[in-house]
Design a protein around this ligand. Structure first.
Ligand code: AMP
Ligand code: GLY
Length: 429
């Protein structure tokens, strides 16, 4: 089987790792692989966003399955292109990917389908948005409607702060086109949960729920990032809660997309806030999450490949399941000094050979090979996953391994999973 993975971050490294275990004889290809993916996949020297060239390449190379990692090519229509050329592709059409690429669209769809989410209004006009902020007051959340690499949401404590955020988007065009429309939404309180649902557009197979840590600093302080670490399982994500998420969030959303001529085949990621009034949607993504994938796939006891193949080939996943292994996994992201602001690249990375083991996995994100050595090439550099019988054990393994990896300016959080540990300490379920 010839499989192409589009994308070259930690998520895609984890996908390649899992697929190579599911089918050791598969021939794996990846677009511009990072330093860690290079050992698992042959390089395709085409950018993930050059969707025409990639579709042509996949057809010429008779690729049996293309798995699309990032949201940008999906929003550009990569799945539509591949499908047109007859290449089975895992990932939604551009129309269905709007669930992530337009927050305004996602919110309207949720409202119509009765899916629980924060109250909101959308604006293109600055004065109208400013007037609305004065009316609703703070705390409030201001979001660029389009894709902004996880940086387009501003949680505002005051109306002044929210006004500045709205101006930066609607007057200063800080997020370009993505911020020409803003969503102003009600602030929700609670713990966050990421739920991945593999779907054929109608049926869902949910994977292990996990929790991301978006802020740069320990104790969830400082600016938002793409994600600094994750863990799973999450004890408050009970089977009953997951059932509620399936019935109140996932299935109605899929039905609404299908009714809108945008059936969703791929991975629907529900970012949830577990509020006192039940789970509410913070956002949808149209792809695997990063760094949650680096936890969810190591925790997956059953193969992923048959589900991807079935979905990509237009079949049904009714009756299919996914099993998680016992224990827990936790990943710590090592980032470049300065991230999520500006940072330097090209720093040599040292990973002692005995760091990786059956229970410690080092997934590469922003790494490259330069002059035969491994160097940094992005903001998030590595995701170090520990797997153990308990979360405590997984955390110990992840942090101990992160400590042994070195590059100039490396920063990482040492408290991933802290809410779970606080819960355990307080004796709460
Ligand atoms: P988003 O890009 O929509 O996922 O938002 C990024 C992050 O901002 C989320 O993971 C939350 O931590 C926070 N956030 C977004 N929307 C809200 C909201 N309505 N209430 C509270 N926090 C939010
Ligand atoms: N971890 C958040 C995301 O993938 O969008």
């Amino acid at each position: 089987m010839r499989i192409l993975v589009v994308g070259n971050g930690g998520r895609e490294h984890a996908l390649l790792w899992k697929l190579s275990r599911d089918d050791p004889s598969a021939e794996l290809y990846a677009t511009r692989p990072n330093g860690g993916m290079a050992g698992l996949a042959r390089a395709v020297p085409i950018a993930p966003t050059d969707i025409e060239a990639l579709a042509g390449w996949a057809r010429a190379e008779i690729i049996d399955l293309a798995v699309i990692g990032p949201e940008v090519p999906l929003a550009q229509g990569i799945a539509d292109r591949f499908a047109k050329f007859g290449t089975p592709v895992f990932g939604p059409s551009a129309a269905a990917a709007r669930i992530e690429s337009s927050k305004a669209y996602a919110k309207d769809l949720m409202r119509e389908a009765g899916v629980p989410t924060a109250g909101y209004r959308t604006f293109r006009d600055l004065e109208a948005a400013e007037g609305h902020l004065v009316e609703v007051g703070a705390p409030v959340v201001v979001k660029a409607s389009g894709l902004a690499a996880g940086k387009g949401a501003v949680v505002c404590e005051t109306v002044e702060e929210a006004t500045l955020a709205v101006r930066s988007m609607l007057a200063d065009f800080r997020f370009g086109e993505a911020g020409r429309e803003v969503v102003i939404e009600e602030f929700m309180e609670g713990e966050e949960l990421s739920v991945f649902a593999l779907t054929d557009g109608e049926n869902v197979v949910t994977l292990l729920p996990s929790q991301d840590h978006k802020r740069i600093g320990d104790g969830d302080t400082g600016p938002n990032t793409g994600g600094m670490g994750a863990y799973g399982p999450v004890s408050i994500a009970t089977d009953a809660l997951l059932g509620e998420v399936r019935d109140l969030v996932l299935l109605p959303t899929l039905a609404a997309l299908a009714a809108d001529d945008a059936p969703f085949r791929g991975l629907l990621y529900a970012g949830l806030m577990l509020t006192d009034a039940g789970p509410k949607v913070v956002e949808f993504n149209c792809r695997f999450g990063d760094p949650e994938t680096q936890v969810v796939l190591p925790m997956m006891a059953s193969p992923l490949l048959p589900l991807l193949v079935q979905i990509a080939s237009g079949g049904s996943i009714a009756g299919m399941t996914a099993a998680a292994r016992d224990g827990a996994a936790l990943t710590t992201v090592l980032a470049s000094g300065g991230y999520p602001g500006s940072y330097e690249k090209g720093k040599p990375i040292t990973i002692p050979e005995d760091v990786e083991s059956e229970h410690v996995l080092v997934f590469h994100a922003g790494t490259a090979i330069s002059d035969g050595g491994l160097v940094t090439s992005g903001g998030r550099v590595l995701a170090v996953t520990g797997v153990g019988a308990t979360l405590q054990e997984a955390s110990g393994k992840s942090v101990a391994a992160a400590e042994r990896i070195g590059f100039e300016g490396a920063t990482y959080r040492r408290d991933i999973g802290w809410r779970e540990f606080a819960r355990a300490e307080a004796g709460r379920p």
